[in-house]
Design a protein around this ligand. Structure first.
Ligand SMILES: O=C(CO)COP(=O)(O)O
Length: 140
């Protein structure tokens, strides 16, 4: 007599955070539309307005919207990184416009550095991150 063990594996999905400054939101929407299939493999988080723009363009793509960046959304994403719940950050930064919440942006990128998660600050790097999506760590 033989015994067969049946195991099921529930894959843990890695999570990605998407953020774009105002002058880069159109770029982010184009990026999300171009990669909608691949992005659907992730649990997605976004700052408020970025998430709204993506949801408007891709209503079937689940995305958790946090607060708007200037109202604490960058810090919320930073907290998710510190809790090791986000394994990649795609942040289309506007290098030409001063931001009142620049310290929050700096704190967010610092945590992405500290926790050694892939962080793309422009579209060229975001393409590389998504193309190497196997490198994105799974959540604990
Ligand atoms: O300001 C931001 C990042 O610093 C983005 O926030 P919103 O997506 O709410 O515009």
């Amino acid at each position: 007599m033989s015994i067969t063990m049946v195991t099921t594996t529930v894959p843990l999905r890695p999570a990605l955070a998407l953020v774009a400054h105002d002058q880069k939101k159109d770029d982010m929407v184009r990026f999300a539309v171009a990669h909608a299939d691949r992005l659907s493999a992730y649990d997605l988080f976004a700052t408020g307005t970025t998430g709204a723009r993506i949801a408007e363009a891709l209503p079937n793509l689940p995305i958790t919207r946090l607060k708007s960046g200037p109202l604490g959304g960058d810090q919320q994403i930073g907290a998710l990184i510190a809790e090791e719940r986000v394994s990649g950050l795609i942040f289309f930064v506007d290098p030409l416009t001063p931001m009142p919440h620049d310290v929050d942006v700096k704190a967010l990128t610092r945590l992405a550095e500290l926790y050694n998660i892939p962080m793309a600050l422009n579209r060229a790097t975001a393409e590389l991150v998504l193309a190497n999506h196997g490198a994105l760590k799974r959540p604990i």
